[in-house]
Design a protein around this ligand. Structure first.
Ligand code: GAR
Length: 193
């Protein structure tokens, strides 16, 4: 776990590719000012990501990088992270894979949320695969990011029951609600708060 010295502020950058509902829940949680954690930067690989609107709503700086040129994007990204004194990266529906080199530079300081009970169902189309396999339970996981996909140390998980009538859509929606509660808790746990 990350050790905090004194009352340092923890500046966070949240990376998104789409809707940004996890971004919204993280912003709202940390806005309560109960903890010294701030959402300082919103990063996206997609200029059309709906979640970028939360930058305007909550007055948080946002930056979009073109990951088609990944090396260059990550180089520019590192400059921004340094400039904004970012100590923690939260991947929240960020659909690009960060390079080994980038992950190494932020070792132990990148979290990701994944909509399954890892180590089961890494990767895409999680809910569809879970239902096809007639699983009784699914859920979501917040884990540290390492160089392998959805494989770093698990910080927290939340488990839910699957109903007979569930579709990938209904399951995704129920799990997303759990994600909104789990992600802030996992950040606090990482910093022993
Ligand atoms: C969330 O369900 C998140 O777990 C998933 O994308 C969704 C993003 O929703 N992430 C992945 O599948 C990453 N492998 P949001 O944009 O509303 O937070």
């Amino acid at each position: 776990m990350v050790r905090l010295t004194g009352f340092n502020n923890i500046n966070t950058a949240v990376f998104i590719s789409g809707t940004g509902s996890n971004l919204k829940s993280l912003i709202k949680f940390f806005k309560r000012r109960k903890y010294p954690i701030y959402t300082k930067l919103i990063i996206s690989d997609n200029s059309k990501a709906k979640g970028l609107k939360y930058g305007n709503i909550f007055k948080i700086k946002k930056k979009v990088f073109n990951f088609k040129k990944k090396n260059l994007a990550e180089k520019k990204l590192l400059v921004q992270l340094k400039k904004n004194n970012i100590q923690l990266i939260c991947l929240a529906g960020f659909m690009k894979i960060l390079s080994k080199n980038f992950v190494k530079k932020f070792k132990g300081k990148i979290l990701n949320i994944h909509p399954s009970l890892l180590p089961k169902y890494k990767g895409l189309n999680t809910h569809q695969r879970v239902l096809q396999n007639n699983e009784k339970y699914s859920g979501c996981t917040v884990h540290l990011v390492n160089s392998k996909l959805d494989s770093g140390k698990i910080i927290l998980q939340s488990k839910i029951k699957i109903y007979k009538k569930d579709t990938p859509k209904s399951l995704a929606a129920r799990i997303l609600k759990e994600e909104h509660k789990l992600y802030p808790k996992a950040v606090l746990k990482l910093f022993n708060l």
